[in-house]
Ligand binder design. Sequence first.
Ligand code: SAM
Length: 220
Amino acid sequence: MNMRAPNFDRLTKIYRWMEYFSFGCALERCRFFFLDRCAEARHALVLGDGDGRYTQQLAQRNAGVQIDAMDASPRMLQALRERVALLGPQATERLHTTVCDLRTYDPQPLGYDLVASHFFLDCLTEVEIEALANRLRAALAPRALWIVSEFSIPQRGWMRQPARAIIAALYFAFHWMTRLPVHRLPNYVPILQRADFTLVEKKSFLSGLITAEVWRYANR
Ligand SMILES: C[S@@+](CC[C@H](N)C(=O)[O-])C[C@H]1O[C@@H](n2cnc3c(N)ncnc32)[C@H](O)[C@@H]1O
């Protein structure tokens, strides 16, 4: 394992503008698409949410959820806290943030009924995702949901070749800007399945370049 987590600190202020410039509102629509599935959640674990746009929406739409947000970037987490603070003190009280490297972090066994990771699994290798998923299992409530947004290369269709080029360019750019040590999309699907998660819903955007998924944990 590369010992250092990528450093997204200096992207904090421009990250969202880079995203809007490259993909318009498509990533935002993807991130928020399954928010209504999160309405019943009581304790959420948000992995690598960066500047906190998902966390803010979750806190706003679900007034009863406690949120633990983890990220390796202190500045991203600061932006996340500021964004949630705009909702008022009641939202701030429900938020806990932890600066950590999620490749090694062991979540507390707090019975999380919701996990969310948006464009974060692509910062990890398959080995790292497998280890994270296995560590997460002990921290989850039975039938917890995991909402995943990710880039993907469609199996077929006109987007297949452009998707390869776009994703290669993104990895090149993020390696240059953050020292991200990963260079290709991980195939996380069989990994989540091995960890007893079942895909229950999926929505594609931009002809399959990005997907939003709902996975359910069912401990056998
Ligand atoms: C590509 S950004 C995605 C941010 C946000 N979730 C979104 O939807 O745009 C990846 C985020 O994951 C964090 N991250 C990357 N590798 C990490 C690691 N090993 N441990 C913890 N956080 C990490 C980065 O600091 C960054 O905030």
